[in-house]
Design a protein around this ligand. Sequence first.
Ligand code: C5P
Length: 234
Amino acid sequence: MSLDARERLIVALDLPSVQAAEAMVTRLGDTVCFYKIGYQLAFAGGLPFAAGLIAAGKQVFLDLKLHDIGNTVAKGVESVAQLGATFLTVHAYPQTMKAAVEGRRGSKLRILAVTVLTSYDDADLAAAGYDMSVGELAAARAAQARDTGVDGLVCSAEEVANLRTIAGPGMTLVTPGIRPAGSATGDQKRIMTPAHAIEAGADYLVIGRPIVEARDPKAAADAIVAEIEQATRK
Ligand code: C5P
C-alpha cells in the first residue's frame, strides 16, 4: 500500500466535547490528517464535527461498531457514507458485514470489521454462548469478512501477522494498542511500538492517549510519524 507515513497515523479523539476535540485538532495542525471518533465524542456532537473535519480536508474514521438487522445496518451505513467518512467499524457478523458492504456501495467509505472485542477472553465467549476460543472465532470471522468483501479489519498488533495470512494483501489492517517506547501503557495490555506494528504489517495505527494526553501533542505526533517513516523504509 503506497501511503505516506503521515497518512498511516489515525489519532483517536477520545475527548468529552467538540470544544476539546477542536482544540486538539488545532494543536495537531498539519501533522495529523486522520482522526477517529468513537462513542464518547459521536454522542456529544461529534457527527456534525466530523462533517466539519472532512470539509477541512481531514479523513475521519467513525468507530461506531454497528450491529443490527441487515436493513438497518445498510441504511445507517448509507448515511455515514454521505457524511464522507473514510472508515466505519461494524461487528463481524455475516449479516451485518454483508449489509454494510451493500450500504457503502458507490461511496469512498471503507468498512472495517471488528472480529472479537479485545476485552473478551475464552471464558467471556463461553458465557456468551460460543463453543470456540477467541483465536478460532477471530480467524473464522476474518475469513468471513474477506469473503463478504469487507475492506479491512481492526486488530491488535500481535494479531496482524497471522490475520494477514487470512486477509491477504488486499485488506486494510488497522491497529490500536500502540505505545511509543517509554510512554504509559494505560489500560492497554497487548501493546507494540509504532515501528514494530508497521514492521508486522499494519497499514494504519490508531493512537490516542500517547498523543492527546502528551504535554506537547504535536511533538508526540511528529515523533510517531518519524518512527513510522523509518519503519516503512526498512
Ligand atoms: O488511548 P489509546 O491509544 O489506548 O486509544 C486507542 C483507541 O483504539 C481507543 O479509541 C480505543 O477505544 C480503540 N480500540 C482499542 N482496542 C481495540 C479496538 C479499539 O484500543 N481492540
